[in-house]
Design a protein around this ligand. Structure first.
Ligand code: GUN
Length: 281
């Protein structure tokens, strides 16, 4: 039976440490501010944005959510980003993705000051990750690595397979695993014989968005399985992994909910506190 990677417990510990850092900044008269921009009314995005502002509240970070209508133009969105870049009370700017189809996501992200890019999505931060330079790292990948390391799972020389090649999860997670000297394979919707790859994985990360996608026969006995999927099935939230069957085979498994999701938010808080600390130096 696999050991559970308890994101709730790890996140609680992280949040306690971050609260102390926010308090230490407050003692120096420095407040920490996060601006969250949400365009349109995608219900899942609304839930994520609410949980981000709740986490800010817990830590004493000032959070401001800008809820823009679906019809918002690129110019309006970029004007808001520019004004937040100039705002000295704001340390972090987050544009909740996905944006409505008529908006240019990459162009909007490029307008965020790289220093305030707490998601690590700006091309400068993504490029730094790609070239092995210090920068802001995307929250979910950072949370995944934190979980693996906190559980003491060996990474050096191990086979890691990431299913999904998004800029938000798949690609940056692969980069971080490679930095830890894993041998990394990225699989995606065009991969031929996916199971042949996943069965070799000591570390298996799945970010697909399909419930029950990873079955027990796709998992190497003893592997660490990290489930990044968030799927709603009859009012229940589940990941990509057939949890009940896979936990019989895997060595470690992260549940959904209670796994990576909480880590993502904690890492967003960490990136925001770090941005404020950098500014204070
Ligand atoms: N949409 C899905 N995940 C994320 C994330 O980590 N950050 C932002 N901004 N949008 C997302």
């Amino acid at each position: 039976m696999a050991i559970l990677l308890d994101g709730n417990a790890m996140a609680a510990e992280l949040m306690a440490g971050l609260k102390q850092r926010v308090t230490a900044l407050k003692c120096r008269g420095i407040s920490v501010g996060l601006a969250v921009i949400l365009v349109g009314d995608d219900p899942a995005s609304q839930i994520y944005v609410r949980s981000k502002s709740k986490a800010c509240e817990k830590l004493g970070i000032q959070s401001e959510t800008f809820q823009l209508p679906e019809r918002t133009s690129q110019t309006e969105l970029e004007a808001l980003i520019q004004s937040l870049n100039q705002d000295k009370h704001i340390d972090g700017i987050l544009v909740q993705l996905p944006l409505p189809d008529h908006l240019d996501e990459a162009a909007a992200l490029r307008k965020i000051s790289p220093k305030k890019d707490v998601d690590g999505f700006h091309i400068e931060n993504a490029g730094k990750l790609f070239t092995g330079q210090e920068g802001v790292t995307a929250c979910t990948p950072k949370g995944i690595l934190y979980m693996l390391k906190a559980a003491g799972i060996p990474l050096e020389g191990k086979e890691a397979v990431v299913i999904g090649r998004s800029n938000i999860v798949g690609k940056p997670t692969a980069m971080l695993l490679m930095k830890e000297n894993c041998t990394v394979t990225i699989c995606h919707s065009h991969t031929v014989d996916l199971a042949a790859h996943t069965c070799r994985a000591d570390i298996l990360v799945t970010a697909v968005g399909k419930a029950g996608f990873v079955t027990a026969d796709m998992v190497k006995p003893g592997a660490a399985v990290i489930d990044v999927g968030i799927n709603r099935i009859e009012n229940k939230v589940v990941g990509d992994v057939d949890f009940d069957a896979v936990e019989q085979v895997a060595g470690y498994i992260s549940p959904v909910p209670g796994g990576v999701g909480k880590m993502t938010i904690s890492m967003l808080m960490e990136n925001t506190v770090e941005a404020a600390e950098r500014k204070a130096r």
